[in-house]
Design a protein around this ligand. Structure first.
Ligand code: EPZ
Length: 418
C-alpha cells in the first residue's frame, strides 16, 4: 500500500487545472448500457473508480477503450446482465449499472453493494423506484435480481433526494416509452450533466437541476459524444488547501457556479476570491476566521467537502461547528486530526472545533476518499512531517493528486509502504 509523506508549512502558489468530475463520469459511463451504439466520453479523469467501471463494463460484454482522458464504448458481444461481487465490492457506484441494464434487457443481477466507512449506504430508494416501473425485485445470497416482463412509465417521489437513485431512475425512465416524473429529485450538477447525455441519446429529459424531473422515454437510444463537467469537489479541495496553508492559487477549468456555497463560506473566513466563469484565483486572508457549516443536498454545502473544511477550521482563530446531515459516519478523519493536535469534540452528527495555533505532523490513516483529502490538507499545513497511510482511498477520486499538489507548492512524495 502506498503512503504520502508531506512536509508541512509551504505556501501555496501557481495554478492547477481541474480534472473532469468523477461523480459525473460514473453515471455517464453506465448510461452506455442503454444503447448498442458507439459512445465517446471525454474529460474523464484517470482514477481507480474509472478503472473499476472499465472492468465492469468489459465483464458485461462492452468493448471499452480509455486513454488521454477519453473513454469510448462499443458493443460487439452479447451482453451479460450481471455485476459480480468482486467488482461491485470495489466501487459502490456500480449500482448505477442496474437502471440502464434493467431498462434495456429487462433483467439484471448485481451484488448488493456493501456499506463503507462513511455509512451503511442502503439502496432502498433505488429499488422502490424500480418497483414503481413494474420491476420484480428479489434478494438472493447477497445479490439483487431485477426482472420485468414490461416496464411502464411512473411518477416517483423520492423519500430523500438521493443522487444515485435519481441517476438510476432517470436512466431507466429514458428507455421506457411515455412520461415519467421524479419528485424530490437530487439537484446536483452531475444530475444535469447526465440529463444532457440522455437528451443526446434521444430521451427528452427536462427539469434536471430542479426537484422535479420529467422524462419522456424513447423506444431506442442512440450513441453520443460528451465532455464531462469539471470536478467541483476537486476544485473545492484545492481552494480550501490554499486558504488553510496561505498563499495564492489559480484554478483553471473550473465551473464556478457549481461551488457558490463554498465560495461564500471561504470569503466569510477571510479568503480573497477573484471569480470568473471557468477560472478562480484565491488568496489566503490575513487570518482564518471561524465559520460554521452544515452539509446539505445541493445547492447546500457539499458533504464531500466536509472533511476538508474540518481540517481548515482546526486552525481557525476561534470556535466553529460542523454538522454532517448526509452520512451517519463521516467524522473518521477527526480522530486523526486530534492526533495532529486539533481540539475537536464530536457530539452525534456535530463536531465543535476550537481552533489551535497550528497542527503537528504525525502518521495518520485515510479511512475513505474525502477523509484522506482532509488529512492531506492538514499535513500540508502542519509543522513537521505527516505520513498519510492507505492513499489508495485517495487515488479513487483525485487524478494525479501528488503531481498537482507539488505544482501548487506542497512538499509531498508517494512512497510504497508495507
Ligand atoms: C453520491 O453518492 C456521491 N457518489 C457521493 O460522493 C456523495 O457523497 C453523495 O452522492 C451525496 O452527495 C457518486 O456520485 C458516485 P446519496 P450516493 O444516494 O448517490 C442515503 C465521493 O466522495 N440513501 O445521495 O450514494 C444514503 O445512505 C462520494 O465522491 C438511502 O438511505 O449518495 C446517504 O445517507 C462519497 N437509500 C444519503 O441517502 C438509498 O437508496 C445520500 O446518499 C440511497 C441513499
Amino acid at each position: 500500500m502506498d503512503s504520502f509523506i508531506i512536509e508541512g508549512g509551504s505556501k501555496i502558489c501557481g495554478s492547477v487545472k481541474i480534472s473532469g468530475s468523477k461523480n459525473s463520469s460514473l453515471p455517464i459511463l453506465f448510461s452506455t448500457v442503454l444503447t448498442d451504439e458507439r459512445c465517446v466520453i471525454n474529460n474523464v479523469p484517470e482514477l481507480m473508480d474509472i478503472k473499476t467501471t472499465y472492468e465492469l463494463l468489459s465483464y458485461c460484454g462492452k468493448t471499452c477503450f480509455f486513454g488521454f482522458n477519453s473513454f469510448s464504448v462499443d458493443e460487439k458481444n452479447k451482453i451479460i446482465t450481471e455485476a459480480p461481487y468482486d467488482l461491485v465490492r470495489k466501487m459502490r457506484a456500480s449500482v448505477l449499472i442496474a437502471g440502464p441494464m434493467l431498462a434495456r434487457f429487462k433483467h439484471v443481477k448485481f451484488s448488493m453493494p456493501g456499506g463503507c466507512a462513511i455509512g451503511v449506504r442502503p439502496i432502498d430508494i433505488h429499488l422502490d423506484g424500480f418497483k414503481k416501473f413494474g420491476a420484480d425485485v428479489k434478494l438472493d445470497a447477497g445479490y439483487v435480481i431485477l426482472s420485468a416482463k414490461k416496464l411502464k412509465p411512473a411518477v416517483i417521489s423520492l423519500k430523500f433526494p438521493s443522487v444515485g437513485a435519481t441517476e438510476n431512475i432517470m436512466m431507466l425512465a429514458s428507455l421506457v416509452e411515455g412520461k415519467s416524473v421524479i419528485k424530490n429529485a437530487a439537484k446536483e450538477p452531475e444530475i444535469s450533466d447526465l440529463a444532457c447525455v440522455l437528451n443526446k441519446m434521444g430521451a427528452r429529459v427536462s427539469g434536471a437541476g430542479s426537484n422535479e424531473i420529467v422524462v419522456e422515454g424513447s423506444e431506442k437510444l442512440k450513441g453520443f459524444e460528451h465532455n464531462v463537467i469539471p470536478d467541483r469537489i476537486e476544485a473545492g479541495t484545492f481552494l480550501i488547501l490554499t486558504a488553510l496553508c496561505g498563499g495564492r492559487l489559480e484554478l483553471l477549468n473550473v465551473e464556478s457556479r457549481h461551488i457558490e456555497t463554498l465560495l461564500k463560506k471561504l470569503e466569510k473566513t477571510g479568503a480573497i476570491l477573484e471569480v470568473y466563469d471557468n477560472r478562480i484565483v484565491i488568496s489566503s486572508g490575513k487570518k482564518i476566521l471561524p465559520s460554521d457549516i452544515k452539509t446539505e443536498p445541493y445547492p447546500g454545502y457539499p458533504t464531500d467537502l466536509q472533511a476538508q473544511w474540518t481540517s481548515y477550521m482546526s486552525v481557525a482563530d476561534g470556535k466553529s461547528m460542523v454538522v454532517e446531515n448526509i452520512f451517519e459516519n463521516r467524522f473518521m478523519h477527526v480522530a486523526e486530526l486530534i492526533r495532529m493536535g486539533a481540539d475537536i469534540e464530536i457530539k452525534h452528527n456535530t463536531v465543535i472545533i476550537n481552533g489551535v495555533k497550528n497542527l503537528k505532523g504525525a502518521t495518520v490513516m485515510a479511512s475513505d476518499l474525502r477523509a484522506g483529502a482532509g488529512l492531506i490538507l492538514a499535513g500540508a499545513r502542519a509543522q513537521g512531517i505527516t505520513k498519510v497511510r492507505r492513499v489508495y482511498h485517495i487515488d479513487r477520486g483525485y487524478e494525479k493528486i501528488e503531481l498537482k499538489l507539488l505544482a501548487a507548492g506542497v512538499k509531498i512524495k508517494r512512497i510504497v509502504d508495507e
